[in-house]
Design a protein around this ligand. Structure first.
Ligand code: ACO
Length: 333
């Protein structure tokens, strides 16, 4: 069975409550219908019940009736949620009135539902930019203990099965944090190794990428990756993490042996951690387009509950896949 089917089968075993705040969006409704039909998750839609119903009828979607619908304009839990928000953001001076205004925004409501234990995960972004999906999540769901930074990993299904684990590699951070410090980069490496185990279901071999291999170049950017490698190794001594490595030394056996002799990772890496968002984002898009890889994600990691962001160009099946991944993350938690 391929990995995505395995992830879907796993989601079916322990149904999680996934909230979709963009119910006005056609692809989201179609995906919700498929998810409910295939029993991949329990779906919570945020929106006007009548509008959702009318749209479902228009689109011929027969399973949407099984979704729980929460009307953000008329939510019986508004008072309770506003109090929770004020408590969580009191250091920022949030008033109850402001909290109630924010709760009229489905993206805020979704994250507060998760924080209050009324949903297990969220998928959004078919109609909203990454920052708009992430900001409420950062503010109300926050990061896991011991992790200060959220990052985004991609499962890269490569055509060339010689790379990674039978063609599967994990790239990060490709989606969230523009310029991590050494400590943050170390956290990203550890989070990515955990995602690799939990979602890609392979034993992570993590390469911390740079334009230098083991001191071949001297620069403060190289120093950052080297420091991050040491910190990550200390944070999670059980994980296989090595750096700094150039991309060719990380993935090509002969080059790895030559440039980083004795490294367990060089030439065998299946997880690539990029030094900045710029490099990670450019790299995954180039591999996707030039090498015709399938890129699944970003899978957000380091958040206290699973919240995942779609590309605005996503397809219905991208949404279904990301909901199944989110459900796996929630069940894992
Ligand atoms: N992890 C955890 N918390 C974070 C992170 C992070 N990576 N970044 C910001 N925060 C927190 C801050 O600490 C702050 O918390 P507080 O309000 O409790 O003090 C809150 O989030 C807001 O912080 P800001 O600095 O105001 O964050 P801002 O909203 O300006 O930016 C954002 C955050 C939107 C994620 C920004 O870093 C960003 O735009 N990143 C790039 C996203 C992107 O465009 N990716 C590429 C496209 S995606 C793709 O191609 C697949």
């Amino acid at each position: 069975m391929d990995l995505l089917n395995l992830i879907k089968e796993n989601a079916k075993k322990n149904l999680q409550r996934i909230v979709l705040p963009e119910s006005f969006e056609e692809r989201t409704l179609k995906a919700a219908d498929i998810i409910l039909k295939e029993k991949l998750a329990k779906i919570i839609l945020i929106g006007n019940p009548e509008k959702i119903n009318n749209e479902a009828v228009k689109l011929g979607l027969t399973h949407i009736v099984e979704a729980t619908v929460i009307d953000h304009e008329n939510n019986p839990k508004e008072e309770e949620y506003a109090e929770l928000m004020v408590e969580l953001r009191k250091s920022k001076g949030l008033t109850k009135e402001d909290a109630k205004k924010l709760l009229r925004d489905p993206l805020y409501l979704a994250t507060v539902m998760i924080k209050n234990g009324d949903a297990d995960g969220e998928v959004a972004g078919a109609d909203n930019a990454t920052g708009d999906v992430l900001r409420p999540a950062f503010q109300y769901v926050k990061t896991l203990p011991g992790i200060s930074v959220v990052s985004g990993a991609f499962l890269m299904f490569l055509k060339d099965k010689n790379f990674g684990e039978d063609g599967l590699m994990v790239f990060a951070d490709c989606a969230v944090h523009p310029n991590p410090t050494a400590q943050e980069l170390a956290e990203i490496a550890v989070s990515t190794a955990k995602t690799t185990k939990a979602i890609a279901r392979i034993e992570p071999k993590v390469a911390m990428l740079s334009f230098s291999t083991k001191g071949s170049a001297k620069h403060e950017m190289v120093d950052k990756v080297r420091a991050a490698t040491e910190l990550a190794q200390k944070m999670a001594p059980e994980l296989k993490i090595d750096g700094e490595l150039q991309a060719d030394a990380a993935i090509i056996d002969a080059i790895g042996k030559k440039k980083a002799p004795g490294s367990e990772i060089a030439g065998n890496a299946n997880v690539l951690v990029f030094p900045t968002l710029e490099t990670g984002n450019i790299a995954y898009k180039l591999v996707e387009r030039l090498a015709h890889a399938q890129a699944v994600g970003p899978i957000l990691q380091g958040m206290a509950a699973p919240i995942n962001d779609l590309s605005r160009g996503c397809s219905v099946s991208d949404i279904v896949n990301l909901v199944a991944i989110t459900a796996n993350q929630a069940a894992e938690k």
